[in-house]
Design a protein around this ligand. Structure first.
Ligand SMILES: [Zn+2]
Length: 426
């Protein structure tokens, strides 16, 4: 295979031990989000490593963004290697935060244990393995082509798991992803080494509240139950809204198959008396619920318009109003992201596809993510459309107990990333 003959791939293979150690070192810095632990430590670690090799490093704190405070500052790092001649800038962006550990682990979640070709730990696949692979790819490329064209950038950014506002969104607002500064972006999220992720579906979060009137629970006819009103909302969703969403199919190559349609998740429901602490031994007091709230998480397709997505829900609520005399509600927008999709003939896509073929000896498949990731900020704020997600790791393992990343997968995808650099910059 090409692996043995291509000098750049041989260079990556020689650095496999370094790749393993680097991944372990990154896992051993617990960057839990929330609350946002050790962000400065992981950024400094990368800054020191790249700085020693002559890269220009910048530590950027996203001051004033959600969650940023003295105890948990939102730190980001960007390392840049400028070549000798003008050319494009290729940027690899990874988030450095990881989600909570959860239960069910048989390995130390922050031990970075190497066992049978797999490195275990929280964030191993999502996405410290991808971050390490991109660093090794960039270092190997620069070592082999010190006089390359343009520039290579590596960033490790905060808070992707909680929306990315203290990370990529902040950097994009500051101009770090402007098209005159960066021309190609690869986000090494764990989407499998033979797949190119072109974008993601859209999302709309909203809170719906039904209103009632409190009364004694022994005489519910004197009150008006907000929970019963919410029951009517849920019934209407079951009867009409869910079938309608199931009928909407996209041409986007979304994986898994079930996400090729519009979806809606009822994220939470709360109504009536609040829950007591688990050690409370008293009984509830009899009351008619005067408020009931649900949070909906609606994922929509490229083919849908966000205004229509919202109007569907409002129409449903208005219909219920005509059927239930005392029905009243509020709806509150919480969050929205429009779908994004990079064209298949964009330079970063065609170059990565060719590199995958060279390293793996097979054509890549093209996918779209059911959920959003930091590409949304690069597209919407940075106005850069030449962006994909490509990286090692099995998507299904993300956020699971005993999360791991395969050493061979990391090595292969580092090879792909290095070939992309040599195609675009040497
Ligand atoms: Zn991730």
């Amino acid at each position: 295979m090409a692996r043995s003959t291509d000098p750049l791939l041989a260079e990556i293979a020689r650095r496999q031990d370094d790749l393993i150690t680097l991944t372990q070192d990154l896992i051993r810095i617990p960057t839990l989000n929330p609350p946002g632990q050790n962000y400065r430590a992981i950024c400094s670690f990368i800054a020191e490593r790249m700085g020693k090799q002559g890269w220009t490093v910048e530590m950027i704190r996203a001051e004033g963004t959600p969650g940023d405070c003295t105890d948990y500052p939102r730190w980001n790092v960007i390392a840049r290697h400028q070549g000798d001649t003008p050319g494009d800038c290729v940027h690899f962006n990874s988030h450095h935060d990881v989600v909570e550990v959860g239960h069910g682990w048989t390995k130390d979640p922050f031990g970075g244990e190497l066992d049978n070709g797999r490195i275990y730990g929280r964030g191993a696949c999502d996405m410290k393995g991808g971050l390490a692979a991109s660093i090794i790819a960039a270092e190997a490329f620069v070592a082999r082509y010190p006089d390359h064209r343009g520039a290579v950038e590596i960033s490790a950014t905060a808070d992707e798991e909680s929306g990315g506002y203290g990370g990529v969104a902040y950097l994009a607002e500051k101009g770090y992803f402007d098209p005159d500064r960066v021309q190609h972006v690869i986000i090494p999220e764990p989407l499998n080494k033979d797949r190119i992720c072109l974008g993601h579906r859209g999302v709309w979060w909203a809170e719906i509240e039904t209103k009632g009137r409190i009364a004694h629970g022994s005489m519910p006819f004197l009150g008006d139950s907000a929970i019963r009103h919410m029951g009517a909302v849920l019934e209407e969703m079951e009867r009409h809204l869910f079938p309608l969403l199931a009928s909407k199919q996209t041409d986007m190559p979304v994986v898994p198959e079930g996400a090729k349609q519009s979806t809606l998740n009822i994220n939470s429901i709360h109504g009536g008396e609040g829950e007591q602490a688990t050690d409370y031994t008293g009984l509830p007091a009899p009351c008619v619920a005067d408020r009931c709230r649900i949070v909906i998480d609606r994922r929509f397709l490229m083919e849908e318009d966000i205004d229509e997505v919202k109007a569907e829900v409002t129409r449903m609520l208005e219909k219920i109003r005509t059927e239930r005399p005392s029905f009243d509600y509020d709806i509150r927008d919480m969050h929205e992201v429009i779908p994004t999709l990079t064209e298949k003939d964009a330079p970063v896509v065609t170059t990565t596809a060719a590199a995958i073929e060279k390293v793996l000896g097979q054509q890549p498949s093209y996918v779209v993510s059911p959920g959003t990731y930091d590409q949304k900020h690069i597209d919407r704020i940075g106005k850069l459309r030449n962006c994909i997600a490509y990286g090692p790791g099995i998507l299904d393992l993300a956020h699971q107990p005993d999360e791991w990343v395969g050493v061979d997968d990391m090595t292969d995808s580092a090879g792909v990333m290095a070939l992309v650099l040599s195609e675009l910059l040497s």
